[in-house]
Ligand binder design. Structure first.
Ligand code: AMP
Ligand code: ZN
Ligand code: FE
Ligand code: FE
Length: 291
C-alpha cells in the first residue's frame, strides 16, 4: 500500500481516542479492540502531547483488519482558554514538534504536583497517590489526580472530581505551559501533518475562540474542525459549520474515548469517508496503516 492511495480504508471512522499513554484507562491495543467492538473500522489514536502508542495501536488495528491513522492531541492556549489541536499523519521525529511536546509534558508534571500540593492542604492526598495512578511515561493530567482522589475514596468517579475539586472554580486549578494555537497548527503542518481544532465550541471557561481568530488559524495551515463532538454546544456547531463552509475546511466527528475515564463510547460520533480521504490526501508526514 503506498501513501496517497486512500481508496482502501473503510468506515465507520473515529479519529479521536486516548490510551494510557496519556489519560485514557486502557492500553493502545485495548483501545483499538474497544473501537473494533463498537463497529469502527478506521481509527486514530490521539494521546495528549505524545506519539508512543502508535506502534502498538497500529499493529493491533492491522491484525483486526482496520485502518490506523496516527494522531496526537496537542495542548495549546489562547488567552485563558485551553485549546486542543488534533494532528494527523505528521512526521513523529520532527525535531521542533518533538521539542515542544516534551516541554509541555515536562511542565505538566510540575503543574500536577502544584495542584496536588494545594489539594493536599484540604484533603488527604499526596503526590505518591497520583504516581500510583500513572504509567511511567504517561502524559500527566488532571484525570490522574481524579483517579488518586477516587482511590482515596474522596470522590466516586472522574466526573465528580472534574465537577468539584478539579474545577477551576474550586481554587486548586493551575494552568500548564502550552504554546499558542497558531504555533501548534504551524508545527503540525510543517511536520507534514493535518491540523484539526478539537471540540472548538465547548461551554464555560474554554468556550469558543473569536471567529476572526479561526481565519488566522486557517492562514497558519489549519485543515479542519472537529464539529461532531459531545461537548460542542448547538450554537457553537452552527458557527463552526459557517466557518468550515467559508474556508472549505475538513469537518470531523469523534468520540474522544478515554476508556473507563469518561462516559464517551467509541463511534458515538464519526467522520465521513469523504473527510477521512481528504485528511489522508493532504498529509505528507507519515502514512496510515492499512490492513
Ligand atoms: P488537563 O489537560 O490536565 O487540564 O486535563 C484535561 C483532560 O481531562 C482532558 O483530556 C479531558 O478529556 C479530561 N476531562 C475533562 N473533563 C473530564 C470529566 N468530566 N471526566 C473525565 N475526564 C475529563
Ligand atoms: Zn484526555
Ligand atoms: Fe481535548
Ligand atoms: Fe481528547
Amino acid at each position: 500500500m503506498t501513501q496517497g492511495e486512500h481508496s482502501t480504508f473503510s468506515g465507520p471512522s473515529d479519529l479521536h481516542l486516548h490510551s494510557n499513554h496519556s489519560d485514557g484507562t486502557e492500553s493502545p491495543a485495548e483501545v483499538v479492540r474497544a473501537a473494533f467492538a463498537h463497529g469502527i473500522r478506521t481509527m486514530a489514536l490521539t494521546d495528549h502531547d505524545r506519539t508512543t502508542g502508535w506502534t502498538e495501536a497500529g499493529d493491533e488495528a492491522v491484525a483486526l483488519g482496520m485502518t490506523f491513522v496516527p494522531g496526537i492531541e496537542f495542548s495549546s492556549r489562547h488567552d485563558w482558554r485551553s485549546v486542543h489541536v488534533l494532528g494527523y499523519l505528521f512526521d513523529p521525529s520532527d525535531s521542533a514538534l518533538v521539542a515542544e511536546t516534551e516541554r509541555i509534558r515536562t511542565d505538566r508534571v510540575g503543574r500536577a504536583e502544584r495542584i496536588v500540593r494545594s489539594i493536599g492542604r484540604d484533603y488527604d492526598l499526596t503526590w505518591d497517590d497520583v504516581l500510583g495512578q500513572t504509567t511511567p511515561d504517561a502524559t500527566v493530567g488532571r484525570p490522574h489526580i481524579a483517579d488518586a482522589l477516587i482511590a482515596r475514596g474522596i470522590v466516586h468517579d472522574r466526573t465528580e472530581a472534574f465537577d468539584g475539586i478539579l474545577h477551576p472554580r474550586a481554587g486548586y486549578y493551575e494552568p500548564h505551559y502550552a504554546p499558542d494555537p497558531l504555533t501548534v497548527v504551524r508545527l503540525i503542518t510543517d511536520a507534514g501533518g493535518v491540523a484539526v481544532i478539537a471540540h472548538p465550541a465547548t461551554s464555560g471557561r474554554d468556550r469558543m475562540m473569536p471567529v476572526a481568530f479561526f481565519d488566522q488559524l486557517v492562514d497558519a495551515g489549519l485543515a479542519g474542525l472537529e464539529i461532531d463532538h459531545r461537548e460542542n454546544t448547538a450554537d457553537g456547531r452552527r458557527m463552526l459549520r459557517e466557518i468550515a463552509a467559508r474556508h472549505d475546511l475538513i469537518v470531523t466527528g469523534s468520540s474522544d474515548y478515554h476508556g473507563a475515564g469518561k462516559p464517551n463510547r467509541p463511534g458515538e460520533n464519526t467522520t465521513s469517508d469523504e473527510m477521512v480521504a481528504r485528511i489522508i490526501a493532504r498529509a505528507a508526514g507519515s502514512s496510515p496503516r492499512f490492513p
